[in-house]
Design a binder for this molecule. Structure first.
Ligand SMILES: [Zn+2]
Length: 204
């Protein structure tokens, strides 16, 4: 594999068996394990850990000290904030030995995960969804949802550009962004969650 178009800091430990796309930069003290596949133009921050067989798309930004464990797939244009942790074991025991089962986690195209969030395995974060800082994601996040808290709940719909959409517009089935003008297709599940929140109390 040619790494001429890839920037890898001297202190990073990158397996010869990992595949890294053109234009990707891997910063200080990062570790990339065997058979990890990282696409083009990604930014892998200081101290990031990429486990074996992990799949990362193109134009992905992974900030400092994130751990991406075996079983995680990250699609194109995903942002992962600093200190985010992915898990990969639903019933962890130090002595579980061969009974270890991996539950796959997928972060779909364009989604963002705020700093210090924890993503419990077996869940999918939908396209262009946004996870607020410090959240604990315990279930699937629908596309275009903004979730926050522990456990993370839907609090708004968001535009592709990241800005929250107006609640009343969302409930009427419109997803036109007041900031960038983009028209977003907001899933029914997100509209229902916004409606429930406005009609008193958070969805629990
Ligand atoms: Zn927008």
């Amino acid at each position: 594999m040619s790494r001429s178009e890839v920037h890898i800091e001297e202190s990073a430990v990158v397996s010869d068996k990992a595949e890294i796309g053109e234009g990707t930069r891997i910063w200080h003290f990062a570790q990339v394990r065997e058979n990890a596949l990282i696409g083009r133009n990604c930014n892998i921050g200081k101290g990031v850990y990429i486990d074996f067989d992990v799949r990362i798309g193109n134009n992905v930004k992974i900030q400092n000290l994130v751990s991406v464990y075996h079983g995680v797939v990250i699609e194109d244009y995903v942002f992962v904030g600093p200190h985010v942790v992915f898990t990969n074991d639903m019933y962890p025991r130090a002595f579980s030995g061969d009974s270890w089962k991996v539950y796959p986690t997928v972060v779909e195209k364009g989604a963002s995960i705020g700093a210090n969030s924890t993503i419990i395995c077996g869940n999918t974060i939908g396209e262009y969804a946004m996870v607020g800082a410090g959240s604990v994601v315990t279930e699937d996040v629908p596309p275009y949802a903004l979730v926050a808290g522990s456990p993370a709940r839907i609090i708004h719909a968001v535009c592709r550009c990241g800005q929250p959409l107006d609640d009343s517009d969302v409930m009427e089935g419109k997803g036109v962004c007041g900031v960038c003008g983009h028209e977003n297709e907001i899933p029914e599940e997100v509209r229902d969650a916004v409606r429930l929140r406005l009609n008193g109390g958070m969805r629990r």
